[in-house]
Design a protein around this ligand. Structure first.
Ligand SMILES: *Cc1c(COP(=O)(O)O)cnc(C)c1O
Length: 383
């Protein structure tokens, strides 16, 4: 058994990044400023998007996407139930109703076929998730949204470095990225709102800082310019420079991070091929670049003779961490009680929600760490 615990994720922070954060701390300007503006420019270059707005989290970005679209009571928003709860919570808190579309059984992503029957007269937005680093089949979803006159916002929290048919996720349309510590790059907490719609970008910039139309940095460079006014009430979702400078350093290493993630994923595929109780997700059959945010597998609970929780616990006892992305939202207490899904309407979501777990995957892992995970899995299944 491994001597030291292997977490399922760990941020990879360099000494240079730590020094850069120290420089900002000593500079006299620690909140949103020059570093944040640089981070937005570098990010927009990397993704190739027209506008990139840095925010305090992807959740903040999702909130502002809903707010900018004017989503409120009486509206419906279509999203998978198999997603991080923040999207479903925000739709609910806006007064609108989350409508769940089922996912493909083996990629865990919604498709135009699962979304189309959920569109109704009250549908305002569709929010697909690019899951685990693979791209959703976004072209048919774009076509569907355009035909039915509803908005499309891509949850790209897992998809930095992901490409769909040769085009990076975020280059076209509206996509929201996350820099939470487990994501492909981190700012501790942070997010990026990318859009090719300049008006939407302007609305998001305004909404992210009190509705003033400028943020603190603009006020500084404007010197003694008169205090700006509220143009429309807004929130406070700006990304401080301390965090943005970390993002700049991380972005430099994205290609290297994702290359290493791919190598580790390939090693998992190879080593797990003979383990019948464990099945990795399928990769999409359309052309794409995978960013390997997560390595998600399904446990064959019948064959293994144990449920997923017992399996994760047994791995933990062998010093192997694992994650759960995600427990279906409609199966969680509040939504079970307040938003019951029609029985049998989300079969693939429910099938996977009980069987998926995420194995350790982060760029600083060694090949031998993958071997330790697979050895622990075999040991659990044999006992
Ligand atoms: C992490 C994540 C989010 C939220 O990101 P934050 O930056 O933590 O707000 C949203 N959606 C998905 C699919 C995620 O994995």
């Amino acid at each position: 058994m491994r001597a030291a615990f292997l977490p399922f994720s760990r941020p990879c922070i360099s000494e240079a990044e730590i020094a850069a954060v120290g420089d900002v701390l000593r500079s006299g300007w620690i909140t949103t400023g020059e570093q944040c503006a640089r981070f937005e420019r570098r990010f927009a270059e990397q993704v190739g998007c027209r506008q990139a707005v840095a925010l305090s989290s992807a959740t903040a970005g999702m909130h502002l996407a809903l707010a900018a679209a004017g989503v409120g009571p009486g509206d419906e928003v279509i999203t998978p139930s198999l997603t991080w709860v923040s999207t479903v919570n925000l739709i609910t808190l806006s007064g609108a109703r989350p409508v769940f579309a089922d996912v493909h059984r083996d990629t865990l992503m919604v498709t135009d076929e699962t979304v189309a029957p959920r569109i109704g007269p009250r549908t305002r937005l569709i929010i697909p998730v690019h899951y685990a680093g693979a791209p959703a089949d976004i072209e048919p979803l774009r076509k569907l949204a355009a035909e039915r006159g509803v908005g499309l916002v891509e949850d790209a929290a897992h998809a930095l470095g992901t490409a769909y048919r040769g085009e990076p996720v975020g280059r076209r349309g509206t996509a929201i990225f996350s820099f939470h510590p487990i994501k492909n790059i981190t700012t501790a907490e942070g997010g990026m709102f990318c859009t090719d719609d300049p008006q939407l970008a302007e609305a998001v910039r305004r909404l992210k800082f009190h509705g003033l139309g400028v943020d603190a940095y603009d006020r500084r460079v404007q010197g003694r310019a008169p205090q700006s006014e509220v143009l429309s009430p807004g929130y406070k979702y700006n990304l401080p420079d301390i965090l943005a400078v970390l993002g700049l350093g991380q972005l430099e290493r994205l290609t290297e991070f994702n290359r290493r993630r791919r190598e580790l994923a390939e090693r998992y595929f190879e080593k797990l091929a003979a383990v019948e109780e464990i099945r990795p997700l399928a990769v999409p059959d359309y052309p794409h670049t995978h960013s390997w945010h997560l390595f998600v597998v399904r446990l064959d609970i019948e064959r293994a003779g144990m449920d997923r929780l017992a399996f994760m616990q047994a791995l933990k006892e062998r010093n192997i961490g694992s994650g759960l992305h995600f427990l279906a939202a409609h199966r969680q207490k509040y939504y079970r009680e307040h938003l019951p899904a029609t029985p049998g309407s989300l079969p693939n979501t429910e099938y996977n929600s009980e069987r998926i777990l995420s194995l350790p995957l982060f760029p600083d892992m060694r090949d031998s760490d993958v071997d330790d995970v697979v050895a622990a899995i075999k040991d659990v299944l044999a006992s």
